[in-house]
Design a protein around this ligand. Sequence first.
Ligand code: HEC
Length: 145
Amino acid sequence: MRRANASRTVLACCLAALLAALLAAGCSDQGTAPLLDGDGGGSASISYAADIQPLWDAACLGCHGQNGNGGLDLRGGVSRGNMVGVPSRGYAQQRVAAGNADASVLYLKLTGASGTGAIMPVGGSLDQAEIDKVRAWIDEGALDN
Ligand code: HEC
């Protein structure tokens, strides 16, 4: 009898320890998962809504509103859909070829590249950091983000 009680006590202790270990492991998993998500990369560095559309709002809408020049409307809500995968009206390339800034009329025009007409905005007022943001957005897949 005594012996059976003793081994039952040992068994209970082991189960309790195992349970505690499982709970602790469970808790630490929950604690680290979001950190791993944050560090894991894969998320875009540029947001179209927060980083790109404000450039259009400030520098382009005077000529690229409704029925804009070159048939291009850059107003918020429609600008991205009017560019990504859409053939340029004036040039051989797409307005924005997702993932490839160098094949995108938008980027080529912002840099004043030869073969795509006038630099945009006319006169060229975007600074290099702004142009680099547009390049990064296109190269990251021209996401709707
Ligand atoms: C002063 C007026 C003016 C401003 C400001 C302006 N554009 Fe333009 N844009 C034009 C005209 C005119 C055309 C058509 C002729 C051409 O392709 O150069 C055009 C054409 C374009 C095209 C080519 C469209 C196509 O389908 O071929 C793109 C892309 C473009 N603009 C982007 C922009 C962006 C981005 C801005 C702001 C950073 C901007 N433009 C500011 C006048 C303007």
